[in-house]
Design a protein around this ligand. Structure first.
Ligand code: ADP
Length: 294
């Protein structure tokens, strides 16, 4: 690595560390208010795959302009639950969702709700960046075109790329293929693509697990910036990440119920992130966040 690249990397890490520290200080100072209005209210949500009850009885309120982290061991249902929030489980033929998810005062699972419209308002970003094999421009324009959004497409594309902190990197090569970008840039492109349809929620399922630490830091900085205007839910297996960026944390576990042959995931504890990491109520949460079990 050249000295210049090293200096830049060190500077970025320092900038990221100070942003994350400021976020933690804000939380300790009681900001943002824990009482922002709920954007989602899950009421007794249970999800089956065939006859396997994968998660059970999830009742949580996820609040506006906050970052909510879902943590817990593999297989405890974090991805299953986050997919409920934009009806992605509808695409899995064996999946069945019981209970209610209230979003803007409507049950997302009401028969009158159009899942395509839901996914426009509730964007999703996945573990592996998955740009389309198209130009950077067309990746962003795809959703607005499909949705028939009105307005100047150049402005829509520029706005989404700016909000994802990617505009300066790509403004001179909008017509080049998205596959030519680095992994971290591709993930920010996927975030920009999700933002282009004007959602109010961003769901992120392990968005950094395929990225190096510097790209991860950039995505975390972006999340802290985006929460001013969006509500974010993130699944992460990286506890430091949850501690750095989130306001609220839900800790899931997976246990074998008496008389059941499959293990079922559930939320053990849901509270402000600082409480979950420093003074949790439940021994299972404490064992997990201190690394005694995993
Ligand atoms: P996590 O994200 O916490 O690792 P998942 O939501 O992926 O957990 O999985 C929870 C449970 O649901 C696991 O037992 C897993 O095998 C099961 N599961 C997840 N997706 C599917 C699917 N598409 N079909 C059947 N079972 C699934």
């Amino acid at each position: 690595m050249s000295d210049h690249v090293k200096d830049e990397a060190v500077a970025q890490q320092a900038e990221h560390a100070s942003l994350a520290q400021r976020a933690a200080e804000h939380r300790r100072a009681g900001e943002p208010a824990a009482e922002t209005e709920p954007i989602f209210e899950a009421r007794d949500v249970t999800v089956f795959y065939g006859d396997h009850r994968a998660v059970t009885d999830i009742s949580v309120k996820l609040r506006k302009n906050q970052i909510t982290a879902l943590i817990g061991p593999s297989g405890c249902g974090k991805s299953t639950f986050i997919r409920c929030l934009n009806r992605m489980n509808d695409l899995i033929p064996t999946a069945r969702v019981e209970g209610q998810i209230i979003y803007h005062e409507q049950n997302l699972y009401d028969s009158k709700i159009d899942p395509v419209q839901v996914r426009k308002r509730i964007g999703m970003v996945f573990q592996k960046p998955n740009p389309f094999p198209k130009s950077i421009y067309d990746n962003i324009a795809f959703g607005p075109r499909v949705m028939g959004m009105k307005g100047d497409m150049d402005e829509i594309v520029e706005g989404a790329l700016k909000r994802a902190a990617l505009w300066d990197d790509v403004k001179d090569r909008l017509k080049t293929n998205a596959f030519g970008m680095s992994g971290g840039q591709q993930q920010r492109l996927c975030i920009a693509r999700a933002l282009a349809t004007e959602p109010d929620v961003l769901l992120m399922d392990e968005p950094c697990s395929a990225l190096d630490p510097i790209s991860t830091g950039r995505i975390e900085d972006l999340m802290l910036e985006l929460k001013k205007n969006y509500s974010i839910v993130i699944v992460t297996h990286n506890m430091q990440q949850a501690a750095r960026v989130s306001d609220m944390t839900a800790f899931f576990t997976v246990e074998l119920d008496a008389g059941e042959k499959h293990r079922t995931g559930r939320v053990v504890e849901y509270a402000a992130t600082d409480k979950i990491f420093t003074n949790p109520d439940d021994k299972r949460t404490e064992d997990y966040v201190t690394g005694k079990v995993g």
